[in-house]
Structures are given as structure tokens and as C-alpha cells.
Write a protein that binds this ligand. Structure first.
Ligand code: HEC
Ligand code: HEC
Length: 165
């Protein structure tokens, strides 16, 4: 191999390695601040509650949520067809890898997933979700003050009534 080709080959390998590292880094940072940039999703699915991070449900679960928008947790969240198709595609593309089903059925709630209950059971006193400022664990923004920006980092956490440890 000529020196130039060899150098190019090494450069290519370097770029691939750098890309893989960057991916791993973002995947890790993604546990705290999710990367989401989809105005339609943020507008249509962030008006009644914060737009939830797509990464926290599987594709299977998102399909199920999006298939039942006319009877969405006691409200009607239906969308016009093309809008719905666009949001479904966005959610599927950004969905998480974790299995978010139970008994073979897709869970519709992040708050019912194993990951969520494990992450949230230690530091939150019983009864916190029932407080007026919280009302529901689905009200992420009650504790994660930057949830509207998909940021769930520790520094912006403020649990009404305080944490248990
Ligand atoms: C008209 C108001 C409204 C709109 C618009 C809306 N939702 Fe909801 N959504 C709700 C209500 C009410 C709940 C139940 C909240 C609770 O339990 O505290 C909910 C709950 C959810 C949950 C479960 C939260 C959890 O983990 O417990 C998901 C997921 C969800 N919505 C996704 C969406 C998506 C995706 C869209 C856009 C297509 C959307 N929502 C648009 C009202 C809405
Ligand atoms: C009653 C307060 C409260 C509510 C409501 C709440 N959380 Fe949390 N959340 C916490 C606490 C406390 C932790 C634990 C922080 C720790 O252990 O570092 C946490 C941890 C997390 C983490 C992990 C952050 C990290 O640094 O590893 C994510 C992601 C998260 N919550 C997402 C959500 C989502 C999404 C919702 C809504 C569906 C939600 N939370 C609702 C209090 C809350």
C-alpha cells in the first residue's frame, strides 16, 4: 500500500473510532439530558404535560400510545394524520432499547416501567406523588425543573417536600 493510501486508511479508522467514542459519550450523557429536537413533537405532545423523552419507552410502547390518542388517559389527544405519522416516525427512531412491556403487552406509561420505579423508589417519600405540587409521578416537571428542555440532571432536581436521603 502506498504511504498516502496507508495514511488515508489510518485517518478513516481514526474517524470511525472517534465517532464510536462520541456515540458512547452521548449515550451516557443521554441518561441526564436527552437530545430531542422536534418542534412538532414538542408542540403537540408537550402542551398538557412535558414532552416525555422518547428514549424512555420502546418503539412497541410508543406505537401503542400513538394508536390510542383519541382515548389518551381520559383525554382526547388525537392528531391530524400526517402530523401523527410524522411524530410516530420520530418516536420510533428515538425510542429506547429497554423492554417496556409487561405480560407481553406494551406499557403506555414511563412511570410504570421497571426502570422508572427502580430509579424513583429510593429517594422519594411515600405520599410525595399525592402532594398538590406534584399530583402525579407523570408530572416530571414538578421535580425535574428543566424537564421541558429534556434535562433530567441532578442539578436541576427539586423534590417538593424534600428527598429521603
Ligand atoms: C389533551 C392533553 C394531552 C395531550 C395533547 C397529550 N397528552 Fe399525554 N397525557 C395526558 C394526560 C392527562 C396523561 C396522564 C397524566 C397523569 O397520569 O398524571 C398523559 C400521559 C401520557 C403518558 C404516560 C405518562 C406516564 O409515564 O405516566 C405518555 C407516554 C404520553 N402522555 C404521551 C403523549 C404523547 C406522545 C402525546 C402527543 C401525541 C401526548 N401525550 C399528548 C394528556 C395529554
Ligand atoms: C416526585 C419527584 C419526581 C418526579 C415527579 C419525577 N422524578 Fe425523576 N427523579 C427524581 C429523583 C429524586 C431522582 C433520583 C436522582 C438520583 O438518584 O440521582 C430521579 C431520577 C430521574 C432520572 C435519572 C437521572 C440521573 O441523573 O440518572 C431520570 C432520567 C428521571 N428521573 C426522569 C423522570 C421522568 C421522565 C419523570 C416523569 C415521567 C420523572 N423523572 C418524574 C424525582 C422525580
Amino acid at each position: 500500500m502506498s504511504p498516502v493510501r496507508n495514511a488515508l486508511r489510518h485517518a478513516a479508522i481514526y474517524v470511525i473510532a472517534a465517532a464510536a467514542t462520541a456515540h458512547a459519550f452521548f449515550a451516557h450523557a443521554g441518561d441526564h439530558a436527552f437530545r430531542v429536537n422536534n418542534p412538532a413533537y414538542q408542540q403537540e405532545c408537550g402542551s398538557c404535560h412535558v414532552a416525555y423523552p422518547p428514549q424512555l419507552l420502546s418503539t412497541y410502547s410508543w406505537y401503542a400510545v400513538m394508536a390510542g390518542l383519541d382515548g389518551h388517559f381520559g383525554t382526547d389527544a388525537s392528531l391530524e394524520r400526517t402530523q401523527r405519522a410524522q411524530i410516530v416516525a420520530f418516536l420510533a427512531l428515538n425510542a429506547g432499547e429497554r423492554d417496556t412491556s409487561a405480560g407481553g403487552k406494551p406499557l403506555l406509561r414511563i412511570t410504570e416501567t421497571r426502570w422508572f420505579t427502580k430509579e424513583h423508589h429510593k429517594e422519594i417519600a411515600a405520599g410525595t406523588a399525592g402532594r398538590d405540587e406534584v399530583r402525579s409521578m407523570a408530572n416530571c416537571a414538578a421535580c425535574h425543573r428543566d424537564a421541558d428542555r429534556f434535562d433530567y440532571a441532578e442539578r436541576s432536581l427539586g423534590v417538593p417536600g424534600g428527598r429521603t436521603r
